[in-house]
Design a protein around this ligand. Sequence first.
Ligand SMILES: [Zn+2]
Length: 132
Amino acid sequence: MKVQCSQCQEIVEIPDGYAGKHVKCQKCGQSFIASHKYIYEDSSAGFWAFRTMLTTKLIIIIFPVWCIITGLVAIGWIVKMASGPYDVQSKLLKIAIAIFVWLLNVCAFRVVCEGVIVIYRIHDTLEEIRKK
Ligand SMILES: [Zn+2]
């Protein structure tokens, strides 16, 4: 039977009949009770739970990368406009627009990321309700 360590969330294989008993995690060495709550099943719910974790982690990595890339593009724009043949007023206006577009872009991407996480969370919750 497979249980999830309550400390490090690692899935560990333990002999059947250990449910409710103290078991030691093979990874972090912490002992925890193999309670029913931590029993991990190789079902689609487990797969989706894993996907949720992976997706959340990916988004945590992708989001700042996206901010930096689009930020660099915006800076590139600003530099190009600042050196362009425009008067100071239209330069400032164009720079303001560039910053605004970048902020809008970051906010939109943030909303998309949050949306994806929420969708996976809803899926997880529905799986849990279905199992009860
Ligand atoms: Zn552990």
